[in-house]
Design a protein around this ligand. Sequence first.
Ligand code: NAD
Length: 482
Amino acid sequence: MKDNPVQTAAPEPSFRDSVDLMFNRAVRFMTLPPGLEQKIRVCNATYTVRFGVRLRGAIHTFTGYRSVHSEHMEPVKGGIRYAPFVDQEEVEALAALMTYKCALVEVPFGGSKGGLCLDPREWDEEELERITRRFTYELVKRDLIHPAQNVPAPDMGTSEREMAWIADQYRRMNTTDINASACVTGKPLNAGGIHGRVEATGRGLQYALREFFRHPEDVARAGLSGGLEGKRVVVQGLGNVGFHAARFLSEEDGARIVGIVERDGVLWNDDGLRVEVAREWLLRNGGLRDCPGGHFSEDGAAALEAECDILLPAALEGVIHRDNAARIRAPLIVEGANGPVTAAADAILREKGTVVIPDLYANAGGVTVSYFEWVKNLSQIRFGRLQRRAEEARHALLVSELERLSADQGLGWTLSPSFKDRYLRGDDEIELVRSGLDDTMRAAYGAMRALWHERPELGDLRTAAYVVAIGRVAASYRAKGL
Ligand code: NAD
């Protein structure tokens, strides 16, 4: 494998090669003990399973994967993807990204990923449940789903629904395991989930961008100025990640979602699209054609190259590649998807001065809140249940004391009702989850940007993120005595 994809005539590196190339670029700036670099880079194991399910009067054979990249911390963690193009290379690339992502955001997991080679749109709910349960059975049998060893989550093509089936299947096979619900995250609330997991990756993207825009020198590096207000954003993929990110950025930060790219094309409006409307249309019609509120064009690829301030690819890998990278006009790319920029494109963008907020940081909100869910499941109690009312009582005491002092001293102070409302309310689970996520995203950005500024030779945020992450994985291996 060559380390400089741009100067070779070789074809575009695969997704897994891209991740390795990014890793290789980072370790060049590090001093690791001999052999450790290779130990960290390689994927520990990938299990492939082929199983049959009787459906529609015939036996259908499905192929699934669960890859474990690094067990420097356990359990290992990573989503399960349902897509027709899933293969071993892709799952291994995604598992490696999970290792680096968890290390970067200080979530105590190793990296893993799973995939099932099928198009979920071709099967109805009952069929998908049978397929999911059978796949789960195969993985549970080999401890590839287990609260202490390997904990999946949703990814492309899967959601809370599949996670609930996985959790239930695990429980049926481990009836006395008190920690059974911690075997998978991203579950619905009524099946052991946590408030804020569905929105978590999109919310994390919002926090990542807010943190970026808190640093005017970083914003200037992208040739931008000011805050998120009024920034023109193009989003690719209006699924779980893209929808939530676009919604929060437009509704809460004043960003303008000018373009939404989906499988069938792009919906565009210079004045801003209504994200909820587009999402509802997409869910009902399977595409964005004829969606009210914007102009539709089939040329989704061109929209990635359109003029805007922020490009948010949130669909799938490899969409910015060596052939279109030079034409990308957005000065800032925030990677909602995993691996949307190939290593070849990355080099071109770096050369052009495009700032890329990399996937292993930008979309880490999902695994961060999954970590909170796992902790909640193990502790068997909702966050805030013990403290909330005690906190409210303490705040009420302070407010009444202030009011008494004001009255006694004739000061005439009154606390505004909106302040009192906000101050007196104890935090419930969603507020605690968002607070933990915000803190995580800020801390990880701080670690990444410190290196970006201190070591200009690293060249970009992605390399800085890899250096931080690999350094932490290396420290963990060293501490274990490897
Ligand atoms: P999803 O299945 O909910 O949504 C994907 C969306 O992309 C769908 O709306 C789909 O129609 C659209 N899409 C598919 N192919 C497309 C194409 N060629 N052009 C335009 N749009 C296309 O998946 P998701 O969970 O939102 O995941 C999206 C990406 O984010 C993946 O790369 C995934 O690995 C990554 N990610 C997801 C999470 C999570 O918590 N779900 C966390 C981190 C990273």
